[in-house]
Design a protein around this ligand. Sequence first.
Ligand SMILES: Nc1ncnc2c1ncn2[C@@H]1O[C@H](COP(=O)(O)OP(=O)(O)O)[C@@H](O)[C@H]1O
Ligand SMILES: [Mg+2]
Length: 154
Amino acid sequence: MTSSERRQAVRGAELRFSIPPDPRLSGRVRHELMAFAREQGITEGDLADFIGAIGEALANAIEHAHTNEPIEIAAWVIDDRLFASVQDHGVGFPLERTVTKTLPEAYAERGRGLPIMRHYCDVFSMRSVPGEGTRVTLGCHVHRATHTQAHHCA
Ligand SMILES: Nc1ncnc2c1ncn2[C@@H]1O[C@H](COP(=O)(O)OP(=O)(O)O)[C@@H](O)[C@H]1O
Ligand SMILES: [Mg+2]
Protein backbone atom coordinates (compact mmCIF):
# COMPACT_ATOMS: atom_id res chain seq x y z
CA MET A 1 0.00 0.00 0.00
CA THR A 2 1.46 3.38 -0.95
CA SER A 3 1.43 6.22 1.57
CA SER A 4 -1.27 7.95 -0.46
CA GLU A 5 -3.44 4.82 -0.48
CA ARG A 6 -2.92 4.49 3.26
CA ARG A 7 -3.98 8.10 3.74
CA GLN A 8 -7.05 7.46 1.62
CA ALA A 9 -7.94 4.35 3.59
CA VAL A 10 -7.61 6.22 6.87
CA ARG A 11 -9.17 9.48 5.84
CA GLY A 12 -11.70 8.67 3.17
CA ALA A 13 -11.98 10.50 -0.13
CA GLU A 14 -8.98 12.22 -1.57
CA LEU A 15 -8.36 14.27 -4.70
CA ARG A 16 -4.90 14.27 -6.28
CA PHE A 17 -3.75 15.75 -9.54
CA SER A 18 -0.87 17.75 -10.96
CA ILE A 19 -0.62 20.61 -13.41
CA PRO A 20 2.19 22.32 -15.26
CA PRO A 21 3.15 25.70 -13.72
CA ASP A 22 0.88 27.78 -15.96
CA PRO A 23 -1.28 30.56 -14.47
CA ARG A 24 -3.95 29.88 -17.10
CA LEU A 25 -4.70 26.63 -15.24
CA SER A 26 -5.66 28.30 -11.94
CA GLY A 27 -9.34 28.29 -12.90
CA ARG A 28 -9.21 24.56 -13.56
CA VAL A 29 -7.67 23.94 -10.15
CA ARG A 30 -10.42 26.01 -8.51
CA HIS A 31 -13.02 24.07 -10.44
CA GLU A 32 -11.58 20.67 -9.45
CA LEU A 33 -11.43 21.65 -5.79
CA MET A 34 -14.99 23.00 -5.80
CA ALA A 35 -16.27 19.84 -7.48
CA PHE A 36 -14.46 17.67 -4.93
CA ALA A 37 -15.84 19.71 -2.03
CA ARG A 38 -19.37 19.50 -3.45
CA GLU A 39 -19.04 15.72 -3.74
CA GLN A 40 -18.13 15.67 -0.06
CA GLY A 41 -21.30 17.54 0.83
CA ILE A 42 -19.48 20.73 1.79
CA THR A 43 -21.55 23.92 1.76
CA GLU A 44 -20.28 26.24 -0.96
CA GLY A 45 -20.50 29.33 1.22
CA ASP A 46 -17.69 27.91 3.34
CA LEU A 47 -15.31 27.65 0.45
CA ALA A 48 -14.65 31.10 -1.00
CA ASP A 49 -11.89 32.17 1.40
CA PHE A 50 -10.31 28.72 1.46
CA ILE A 51 -10.23 28.44 -2.31
CA GLY A 52 -8.78 31.96 -2.44
CA ALA A 53 -6.03 30.93 -0.02
CA ILE A 54 -5.20 27.87 -2.13
CA GLY A 55 -5.08 30.18 -5.14
CA GLU A 56 -2.35 32.17 -3.36
CA ALA A 57 -0.34 29.00 -2.68
CA LEU A 58 -0.73 27.99 -6.30
CA ALA A 59 0.23 31.45 -7.54
CA ASN A 60 3.39 31.26 -5.43
CA ALA A 61 4.27 27.82 -6.79
CA ILE A 62 3.82 29.14 -10.34
CA GLU A 63 5.58 32.45 -9.78
CA HIS A 64 8.36 31.72 -7.32
CA ALA A 65 9.38 28.06 -7.78
CA HIS A 66 11.21 28.72 -11.06
CA THR A 67 10.82 25.26 -12.52
CA ASN A 68 8.81 23.52 -15.20
CA GLU A 69 8.25 20.51 -12.93
CA PRO A 70 4.55 19.84 -12.37
CA ILE A 71 2.79 21.21 -9.29
CA GLU A 72 1.01 18.55 -7.24
CA ILE A 73 -2.34 19.37 -5.72
CA ALA A 74 -4.20 17.27 -3.19
CA ALA A 75 -7.40 17.70 -1.20
CA TRP A 76 -8.94 15.51 1.45
CA VAL A 77 -11.56 15.68 4.15
CA ILE A 78 -11.46 14.56 7.75
CA ASP A 79 -14.83 14.92 9.47
CA ASP A 80 -15.71 18.63 9.25
CA ARG A 81 -12.31 19.77 8.03
CA LEU A 82 -11.24 20.25 4.45
CA PHE A 83 -7.51 20.16 3.70
CA ALA A 84 -5.54 20.94 0.57
CA SER A 85 -1.87 20.91 -0.27
CA VAL A 86 0.13 22.51 -3.06
CA GLN A 87 3.56 21.09 -3.68
CA ASP A 88 6.17 22.33 -6.12
CA HIS A 89 9.59 20.95 -6.92
CA GLY A 90 11.25 24.29 -7.45
CA VAL A 91 13.90 26.40 -5.80
CA GLY A 92 12.35 26.53 -2.34
CA PHE A 93 13.21 29.31 0.09
CA PRO A 94 14.41 29.69 3.68
CA LEU A 95 11.53 29.89 6.15
CA GLU A 96 13.21 32.24 8.53
CA ARG A 97 10.25 34.46 9.48
CA THR A 98 7.01 33.54 11.22
CA VAL A 99 4.22 34.29 8.79
CA THR A 100 1.97 36.98 10.22
CA LYS A 101 -1.79 36.70 10.32
CA THR A 102 -2.14 40.43 9.72
CA LEU A 103 -3.33 41.16 6.21
CA PRO A 104 -1.24 43.61 4.22
CA GLU A 105 -2.48 47.09 3.28
CA ALA A 106 -5.15 47.05 0.61
CA TYR A 107 -2.78 48.66 -1.90
CA ALA A 108 0.17 46.36 -1.19
CA GLU A 109 1.38 44.78 -4.38
CA ARG A 110 3.57 42.09 -2.87
CA GLY A 111 3.65 39.97 0.23
CA ARG A 112 -0.08 39.25 0.41
CA GLY A 113 -0.10 35.52 -0.26
CA LEU A 114 1.32 34.02 2.92
CA PRO A 115 -0.64 36.32 5.31
CA ILE A 116 -3.86 35.56 3.38
CA MET A 117 -3.25 31.81 3.75
CA ARG A 118 -2.49 32.26 7.44
CA HIS A 119 -5.51 34.50 8.04
CA TYR A 120 -8.19 32.55 6.19
CA CYS A 121 -7.24 29.01 7.18
CA ASP A 122 -7.44 27.17 10.49
CA VAL A 123 -4.47 25.07 9.48
CA PHE A 124 -1.45 26.57 7.76
CA SER A 125 1.72 24.63 7.40
CA MET A 126 4.60 25.19 5.05
CA ARG A 127 7.70 23.14 4.38
CA SER A 128 10.29 24.55 2.04
CA VAL A 129 13.71 23.16 1.31
CA PRO A 130 16.04 25.36 -0.73
CA GLY A 131 16.85 23.52 -3.95
CA GLU A 132 14.06 20.97 -3.48
CA GLY A 133 10.75 22.78 -3.37
CA THR A 134 7.88 23.91 -1.22
CA ARG A 135 4.75 22.30 0.13
CA VAL A 136 1.92 24.31 1.65
CA THR A 137 -0.88 22.53 3.50
CA LEU A 138 -4.05 24.43 4.36
CA GLY A 139 -7.09 23.33 6.31
CA CYS A 140 -10.42 24.83 7.16
CA HIS A 141 -13.53 23.87 9.15
CA VAL A 142 -16.53 23.45 6.89
CA HIS A 143 -20.19 22.51 7.11
CA ARG A 144 -21.03 19.15 5.60
CA ALA A 145 -24.43 17.83 4.69
CA THR A 146 -23.89 15.00 7.18
CA HIS A 147 -22.19 17.10 9.86
CA THR A 148 -23.57 19.91 12.00
CA GLN A 149 -20.50 21.44 13.64
CA ALA A 150 -19.87 25.17 13.39
CA HIS A 151 -17.77 26.74 10.68
CA HIS A 152 -14.73 28.53 12.11
CA CYS A 153 -13.00 29.76 8.99
CA ALA A 154 -11.91 33.43 8.75
N1 LIG B 1 6.47 28.12 -3.62
C1 LIG B 1 7.44 29.00 -3.38
N2 LIG B 1 8.69 28.83 -3.89
C2 LIG B 1 9.68 29.71 -3.64
N3 LIG B 1 9.51 30.84 -2.90
C3 LIG B 1 8.29 31.08 -2.39
C4 LIG B 1 7.19 30.18 -2.59
N4 LIG B 1 6.11 30.68 -1.94
C5 LIG B 1 6.51 31.81 -1.36
N5 LIG B 1 7.81 32.09 -1.62
C6 LIG B 1 8.60 33.24 -1.14
O1 LIG B 1 7.84 33.90 -0.13
C7 LIG B 1 7.64 35.28 -0.51
C8 LIG B 1 6.30 35.78 0.02
O2 LIG B 1 5.19 35.19 -0.67
P1 LIG B 1 3.81 35.97 -0.71
O3 LIG B 1 3.42 36.34 0.69
O4 LIG B 1 2.83 35.16 -1.48
O5 LIG B 1 4.13 37.33 -1.47
P2 LIG B 1 4.45 37.58 -3.01
O6 LIG B 1 4.08 36.35 -3.79
O7 LIG B 1 3.61 38.76 -3.37
O8 LIG B 1 5.94 37.90 -3.07
C9 LIG B 1 7.77 35.28 -2.03
O9 LIG B 1 8.14 36.56 -2.53
C10 LIG B 1 8.87 34.24 -2.24
O10 LIG B 1 10.13 34.81 -1.99
MG1 LIG C 1 2.31 35.31 -3.56
